[in-house]
Design a protein around this ligand. Structure first.
Ligand SMILES: Cc1ncc(COP(=O)(O)O)c(C=O)c1O
Length: 298
């Protein structure tokens, strides 16, 4: 349903000071998977689109902020797979403003918008709110905010193939916790999965435990994972000049673009932990490039 444009390659990130410690760092270019439905978005949408199609839906409805990678990708994926799409967008004030590049792209891909107040947006999981959307728009297949549900986790399991299983550590950014849940679920128990939270606070640890226990039902909860909470740089979508400088240097040295909301923070965290001696000599680390480059603002 959704075309895979390129199989994601694994590239080595050669850095003399890292290699002198006997450590090797690689990156899996999930961002290259599709020009518009990149990285974890493609993984999350794959089985959801199949299910929507199987159930005979013609319209997808989803939620997001004005800069959302998910809104951007969902609009493109819906168009490619032949669905109508509706985006419920946080912030009713946006209705009277010119659309930013993310929303213009979504509109150009056929997405209709429903702008709601920030207060109303908080009801995004409430039955009553969803019922009012059905009254407005008719039947639709509901994709939650960030695209995270059980089918999304199933899709994210496929990030972990045999090559990925040859690494000691798998690093990736965390937003809602869906992607890391799939990666944990498909990883081998001798691997350690390290998530870098793009948001302030440690609530994502519980969120991931909840996703895993629902997804894995009868299996004992995996223990081979952790979420680092010190690399949020002030919170969701916040940046500092230290982060921006790091991303610029990384991009210049390796010709691999990063964004400042997710992958830049994750890569900064990986470098920082290497420099602080967290990884032993001989460690093989794989960072997952989860895409999100439409939101790159440097
Ligand atoms: C580019 C990118 N990387 C990582 C994430 C985090 O994924 P998750 O929400 O599944 O934790 C997101 C979205 O939330 C994203 O857009």
């Amino acid at each position: 349903m959704l075309k895979l444009y390129e199989n994601p390659s694994v590239e080595e990130v050669k850095e003399t000071w890292i290699n002198e410690k006997g450590i090797r760092l690689f990156i899996k270019r999930e961002d290259r998977i599709h020009p518009y439905v990149s990285g974890n978005k493609w993984r999350k949408l794959k089985y959801n689109l199949l299910k929507a199609h199987e159930d005979g839906h013609r319209t997808l409805l989803t939620f997001g902020g004005a800069y959302s990678n998910h809104i951007y990708a969902a609009a493109a994926a819906a168009k490619e797979a032949g669905f109508q799409s509706i985006g419920v967008i946080r912030g009713d004030e946006l209705a009277d403003k010119p659309l930013n590049t993310t929303l213009s792209f979504a509109r150009d891909n056929g997405m209709r918008f429903h702008f709601v107040t920030r207060e109303n947006y908080r009801n995004k999981r409430e039955e009553q709110f969803i019922a009012s959307l059905r009254e407005l728009f008719g039947e639709f297949y509901l994709l939650p905010e960030g695209g995270t549900n059980d089918l999304a986790i199933k899709g994210c399991e496929e990030i972990v193939d045999d090559e990925v299983r040859s690494f000691d550590f798998i690093a990736l950014p965390v937003g809602t916790g869906g992607t890391i849940s799939g990666v944990i679920s498909a990883s081998d128990k001798y691997q350690q999965v390290i998530g870098f939270s793009a948001l302030k606070g440690d609530f994502l640890i519980d969120d991931v435990k909840n996703f895993l226990s629902t997804y894995q039902h009868n299996r004992p909860l995996s223990l081979n994972w952790q979420i680092e909470t010190d690399y949020h740089f002030g919170g969701y979508a916040k940046t500092t000049s230290k982060l921006i400088n790091f991303i610029r240097q990384f991009e210049a040295a390796h010709d691999i673009p990063l964004d400042q909301v997710y992958t830049g923070k994750m890569m900064y965290g990986v470098y920082d932990k290497i420099s602080k001696g967290y990884f032993d000599e001989g460690a093989k680390i794989l960072a997952i490039h989860t895409g999100g480059l439409q939101g790159r603002r440097l």
